[in-house]
Design a binder for this molecule. Structure first.
Ligand code: HEM
Length: 147
């Protein structure tokens, strides 16, 4: 198998987990955040684990993306849409810590039995999870365009 095939397969596996895992987190939040304790605490635990998997998938997507760039002859040999895709991917990594903080605040508000804090951090987590997911899908569009 050539380097190009291996790098592209790894890239595709990583982005599938990144996009699919992100969508799963959004759907989990949609159902779990309507519920009460102890479901909310279990949700925070699940999202901490999911966050680690999503970060690993994102880093593999980025690393294999750079590998593909090298195989294809460097950034100068690639169209601007790939450069833009890389820029948006960096933006996703910049949003990630805010999503993590919203999740941590949700855990803290739960342990204080602070209903207003739970509502505010839940909303923030859901909005940020959506932003990350939409940015990932936007990068997918940039990578495959024109279809
Ligand atoms: C959310 C993140 C990303 C997604 C969803 C994504 C998706 C994809 C997909 C689906 C392909 C296959 C396109 C095709 O064969 O027609 C691809 C190829 C590629 N990706 Fe990504 N990618 C992401 C991040 C990155 C990053 C960060 C880089 C660079 C640092 C990168 C560089 C490349 C390159 C160079 C190719 C090969 C393009 C070509 O064959 O002309 N990707 N990507």
């Amino acid at each position: 198998m050539s380097q190009l095939v291996i790098a592209k397969l790894l890239h595709l596996v990583a982005i599938s987990i990144w996009i699919g895992g992100g969508l799963h987190a959004i759907l989990d939040a949609r159902y779990s955040l309507r519920r009460e304790k102890p479901h909310l605490e279990a949700f925070v635990e699940r999202m901490r684990a999911a966050g680690r998997t999503l970060l690993a998938a994102g880093l593999v997507a980025f690393a294999t993306g750079l590998w593909l760039v090298a195989i294809k002859g460097g950034f100068k040999a690639l169209p601007p849409r790939i450069h833009a895709g890389m820029g948006v991917t960096i933006l996703i990594f910049a949003v990630g810590p805010f999503t993590f903080v919203a999740l941590s605040r949700l855990g803290e508000a739960l342990s204080r039995d602070d209903a207003a804090g739970v509502a505010a951090s839940s909303r923030r987590f859901r909005v940020l999870a959506w932003i990350e997911e939409l940015l990932r899908v936007a990068v997918l569009g940039l990578m495959v365009s024109p279809l």
